[in-house]
Design a protein. Sequence first.
Length: 113
Amino acid sequence: MNARLVIAAALSLTAITAVRARAQAADAQSLYNDNCRKCHGVKGTPPKTMKEKFPKIATFDAAFVASHSADSIVKILTKGKNEDMKSFKDKLTSAQMADVAAYVRELSAKKAP
């Protein structure tokens, strides 16, 4: 195969992968905004009203990420947490929950200086 053709194919694959990653990230953000933002806030910090209503509500910061893997976040989304957080198993697919979990973990990185 021609070397230029191989390079072009590799660049195309890289571009496609980057586009898919951006689309997946946008979908994850949209899923988060639709399902989590009201309680956990746009950037993972719950609004004052939610903190008053649910004192144990999670803030998605470095401490949260350090103690919660993506799998554990998916588990919480699937089963819910105590009586305060409902399960999303009937609303989100497993893949969508995994995307939201990855997005939640990214929120703490966005807060870092």
